[in-house]
Design a protein around this ligand. Sequence first.
Ligand SMILES: [Zn+2]
Ligand SMILES: [Zn+2]
Length: 170
Amino acid sequence: MLIEVTQIPPEGLDVALPTGELDLGESAGVWDGPASVQAAIRLSRSGRGVVIGGTFEGDVSLICSRCLEGFRFRTHDRFDLYCEVELPVPPDDERKLDEDDLDVTYLEEGRINTDHLLRENILLNLPVQPLCREECRGLCPQCGANLNLGSCGCQTTRTDPRLHVLRKLR
Ligand SMILES: [Zn+2]
Ligand SMILES: [Zn+2]
């Protein structure tokens, strides 16, 4: 959904985003397909920008970093940010970003893209190395069998499953 900043009334605007599939973009092997989320956002104007507070809740299909099986991950969080309306910048003006600028998002053409906003905040909330469960046994380094389904019979000394992840990254 695109929200025009000029259409936000002085008293603010509450938006309940329709429940549905949200395209999360490139997965990099961490998640699998779109997320199914519910979200509510409150927008209010402030100075040259907009203060945005939101909450979201839903499911993301993640890929376990040990056994590579998909699983549902329940995610919920809230976020607060400030979007500044972009001003035309002369091309020779080398803008220096200081730390205060890091949580400022510049709006494109005076519009807020709620899908983009949600996507960023959901991705920030995902585990770096998703696990289907804490005690996931991962894959057999020799035959690739999913050891959660039982022993494959390979003669291996049991290795730390975290090593499989290192192997994959190489
Ligand atoms: Zn797993
Ligand atoms: Zn095996």
